[in-house]
Design a protein around this ligand. Structure first.
Ligand code: DGL
Length: 282
């Protein structure tokens, strides 16, 4: 058995890298749906269907837990699949399977409050006034960060900024100057809308983690960046410890699949992973 990791493209490798470091003995299968990336500009029904297809492919390849290493899929598809499709699919299998998202762990890290605090009143644990979120157009339109942070920390303001072209540029291995300009434009727009620097900023698209240092450079030094990969690795480790029925495998296998062009992945990914990655056809 294995842990499946799904994204529209190479962005989820930022999450995958942290999961592999945290659980080195586990078996991993990564699926990039590059034939349909970027997801951030697609309609909701399309994102749900593509995510469902990706999960089926990973379950069929032997995954019993699929981590949606994609904010857009987590925001738009996770709840719908869990409520409307997964129970029936699961009933036809002879083993337990589940799909996990990455937004809850991110919000826990951003607010300093564990998920179990939902609805509780009391003094904030950490002084945070404004959280900025950089994400795809679909994630921003879903308002998932505003809604979910609001449930836990009504005292925290959330301002989301869409970066409509950034995931596509990272996927296409765009030159550094072009990436720098796109990140600076998004950061300037966020600062102008808030009227001051946010206390924390979430890189709410897994592709952005690959160019995290450009966000650090574009934001004032006072801004704490919330990194999804470590937050998700913490959450997955806790989840597997609490759910021994999901065997993550023990062979240390790493498989990389793509619905797009198989072969070596782009230079940005290689820089991030410090090694070349070869993808097989999905
Ligand atoms: N990396 C994904 C995310 O976290 C999707 C980017 C895209 O395909 O638009 O939202």
């Amino acid at each position: 058995m294995a842990i499946g990791v799904f994204d529209s493209g190479v962005g989820g490798l930022s999450i995958h890298h942290a999961l592999v470091e945290r659980l080195p003995g586990a078996d991993f299968i990564y699926l990039a749906d590059q034939a349909h990336a970027p997801y951030g500009v697609l309609g909701g029904d399309e994102i749900v269907e593509l995510t469902r297809q990706g999960c089926i492919r990973l379950f069929e390849a032997g995954a019993n837990v699929v981590v949606l290493a994609c904010n857009t899929a987590s925001a738009i598809a996770l709840r719908r699949l869990q409520q409307t499709w997964l129970p029936g699919y699961r009933a036809g299998l002879d083993r337990p399977v589940n799909i996990l998202g990455i937004i809850v762990p991110t919000i826990e890290a951003a607010t300093g409050l564990p998920w179990t605090h939902e609805g509780e009143v009391g003094p904030p644990v950490e002084p945070v006034e404004v959280v900025g979120v950089f994400a795809t157009s679909a994630t921003v339109a879903s308002q998932v960060y505003e809604i979910e942070i609001g449930k836990r920390r009504a005292d925290v303001g959330v301002v989301s900024q869409a970066c409509p072209t950034l995931a596509r540029m990272i996927e296409a291995d765009a030159p550094r100057e072009a990436l720098e300009a796109a990140v600076r434009e998004a950061a300037d727009a966020l600062l102008a809308r808030i009227g001051r620097a946010p206390d924390r900023a979430i890189l709410g698209c897994t592709h952005y983690e690959i160019v995290a240092e450009l966000f650090v450079a574009a934001l004032p030094p006072s801004v704490t960046l919330i990194h999804q990969p470590s937050a998700v690795a913490d959450a997955l480790e806790r989840y597997l410890a609490a759910h021994p029925e999901y065997d993550p495998g023990h062979g240390g296998a790493r498989r990389f699949l793509t619905t797009g062009a198989p072969g070596m992945q782009n230079r940005l990914v290689e820089m991030f992973w410090s090694s070349a990655l070869h993808f097989d056809p999905a």
